[in-house]
Ligand binder design. Structure first.
Ligand code: RFL
Ligand code: PHB
Length: 395
């Protein structure tokens, strides 16, 4: 078995693991990233699209935002549509901040390229990744490399950035953490369509037959989501049925002309909220989806993953520069406070905009009244805007 060592062993080359490696590299702290998948798989996985200003600021901080500033679409607002009418929320006007449309896979591509160019280590195609001795001063990560050789990396710390289905969180003894889980009684059907967006800004649609969301990846590529049954069979959704459902949920005044295009990708996405507390066990620190999942309605998941590692990187930096572990001890509380705020917002946006079959007629009227309040009252719109654009990252 090959043996090596590093300061911080990072499991997972998603947005969280890659951003952490960059921030630590700039602070002079050595890392090795272990990734279960191939580089190509990581770079083509279609997921998030909306970045908060704070996430873009982090890309700037590490010098990875050159292409982003050239290609991202800058958004100053969103539409919320209900009762057949669209209502604009002027997020830039209310918060002086913007959102950016730039695909998660593009961020991952930029982060991988820069990390490798800077001499950082990312080991792709690792199998059997396992964590050891987390409650000692020399925790270790074991894995089998792409050539079939066993490797053991001894570290000072391990960062679990391996997403919801990774091995980091399950490596923590069950009685050392608490988890909070909430499933929603619906799923999203998401498509990527080769057609120009129907509006420059996102449209969140509340409709009695289910929520719909119009978003985009570029000026030629649209991304659309439909609320569907929780156990929906994708085979039952022909392209024609999908487009006809979008037409139906958008109908009414101010309907932007829907532009149909070839559907390049079609997937069913489950909706859940999941939180882990604390986000640390001894020398293992969890960040991003490894610690928490939010429903995508608030566009928070990837932004939260980047915010977690900004806090974590500062804590490691303080430890290595001054020997103080105060920020490392505070990491979980600081990250959880922001994560719960995002969990709450994502749950609220989901409740505000989706259709719930088991609700009473009274509840449906209250929901419409809340939509009316949020889109009509300055205070209501400001409350939504402040959270949608992203709360500050306290490091
Ligand atoms: P990731 O991206 O899942 O990366 C984890 C990495 O770890 C690897 N891995 C392992 N590596 C080694 N050993 C193991 N045992 C491993 N197990 C797993 C994986 O291969 C992977 O490379 O987690 P990270 O970095 O925490 O990033 C989180 C985000 O990916 C996620 O929160 C977002 O995609 C959520 N999300 C959105 N977030 C936003 O901020 N804005 C959005 O607009 C937005 N839209 C979305 C979304 C998620 C969606 N889906 C598919 C759930 C839209 C959708 C449809
Ligand atoms: C996306 O562009 O994929 C996206 C945008 C906003 C959301 C969810 C997904 O709330």
């Amino acid at each position: 078995m090959e043996s090596t060592r590093t300061a911080v062993g990072i499991v997972g080359a998603g947005p969280a693991g890659l951003m952490l490696a960059h921030l630590l590299r700039l602070a002079g702290i050595e890392t090795i990233i272990l990734e279960a998948r191939s580089r190509e798989y990581c770079e083509t996985r279609i997921r998030a699209g909306l970045m908060e200003q704070g996430s873009v600021d982090l890309m700037d901080e590490i010098g990875a935002a050159e292409r982003l500033h050239r290609e991202a679409l800058v958004h100053g607002g969103i539409y919320i549509r209900f009762d057949g009418r669209s209502h604009h929320i002027d997020i830039k006007g209310l918060t002086s901040r913007s959102m950016f449309i730039y695909g998660q896979q593009e961020i991952v591509k930029d982060l991988i390229a820069l990390q490798l160019a800077a001499g950082g280590e990312i080991r792709f195609d690792c199998s059997g990744v396992a964590l050891e001795a987390l409650d000692t001063d020399t925790p270790a990560i074991r894995y089998v490399d792409s050539a079939g050789n066993g490797v053991r990396i001894t570290c000072d710390f391990v960062a679990g950035c391996d997403g919801f289905h990774g091995i980091s969180r399950p490596s923590i003894p069950v009685n050392a953490i608490q988890t909070y889980d909430r499933e929603y009684p619906f799923a999203w059907l998401g498509i990527l369509s080769e057609s120009p967006p129907i509006d420059p800004e996102l449209i969140y649609v509340h409709h009695p037959d289910g929520f719909a969301l119009f978003t985009m990846r570029s000026n030629t590529m649209s991304r659309l989501y439909l609320q569907v049954e929780v156990d929906e069979d994708i085979a039952k959704w022909s392209d024609d049925r999908i487009w006809s459902e979008f037409h139906h949920r958008l109908e009414g005044d101010e309907t932007p002309p829907l532009i149909e295009g070839p559907i390049l990708q079609k997937t069913i996405l489950p909706m859940r909220s999941f939180m882990t507390a604390p986000m640390r066990f001894e020398r293992l620190f969890l960040a991003g989806d490894a610690a928490h999942i939010v429903p995508p309605t608030g566009a928070k998941g990837m932004n939260l993953a980047l915010a977690d590692v900004a806090v974590l990187a500062r804590a490691f930096e303080t430890f290595y520069k001054s020997g103080s572990d105060e920020k490392l001890r505070g990491y979980s509380d600081t990250a959880l406070r922001r994560s719960w705020a995002a969990a709450r917002f994502s749950w609220w946006m989901t409740s505000l905009t989706h259709t719930f079959n088991d609700r009473l007629p009274f509840d449906n009227e209250v929901q419409l009244s809340e939509l009316d309040y949020v889109t009509r009252s300055h205070a209501g719109a400001e409350m939504l805007a402040e959270q949608y654009v992203g709360l500050p990252i306290e490091r």
